[in-house]
Write a protein that binds this ligand. Structure first.
Ligand SMILES: [Zn+2]
Length: 181
């Protein structure tokens, strides 16, 4: 299997929704006056607390019902309190920070090894991004604000259940896709 089959991108549409809500709050609430770094920390906390949406289901803010939006706004308020009590913006910065879900990197690695080693499972290259997105929808997000490479360092602290859990999830997802065909 050529490595470039794994150069696909996946996207958690929940990121767009949460970032939009945080920006909205910043515009409308004069007390919500915080720096870019703290906004990223708040977004990471909220994104770790809600179900990810890597497969497009409800991917726009206007598609969410009022209860879902209210829940997200409540999570944003709570995360803002947490970040205000313990801000990270005074840390020495080395490079630019960005928001990253390290589960994406981990799922990609497990899936790549799976495709290389499980010769009995037929998986066409164009299905790989869909499989990755469906697996990520069922994988606990691990968002953090990090500099480039930060998430790779955290892979060493990976819990030992992650790989077997992810592999069984990959099998289930492939079965689901084949059943739909
Ligand atoms: Zn700040």
């Amino acid at each position: 299997m050529a490595v470039n089959n794994f150069d696909f991108t996946v996207h958690n549409y929940m990121e767009d929704i949460v970032l939009e809500l945080v920006a909205q709050k910043q515009r409308e609430d004069p007390d919500f006056d915080i720096c870019e770094r703290c906004l990223m920390d708040i977004s990471a906390i909220v994104l770790n607390a809600v179900e990810p949406q890597y497969v497009k289901v409800k991917t726009k803010l206007e598609e969410l019902d009022d209860a879902a939006v209210a829940n997200l706004n409540r999570l944003i308020e709570e995360a803002a309190k947490q970040v205000r009590a313990n801000p990270h913006h005074d840390r020495v910065e080395n490079g630019t920070y960005h928001l990253e879900n390290s589960s994406e990197i981990m799922v990609r690695q497990v899936l790549e090894e799976f495709v290389e080693n499980q010769s009995e499972v037929e998986l066409e290259p164009d299905m790989i991004p869909l499989v990755a997105s469906m697996v990520l929808n069922q994988t606990k997000p691990r968002y953090a604000v990090t500099t480039r490479g930060g998430a790779y360092k955290r892979l060493a602290q990976l819990d030992h259940q992650f790989i077997p859990t992810t592999i069984s999830c990959i099998y289930n997802v492939i079965r689901q896709i084949k059943d739909l065909k």
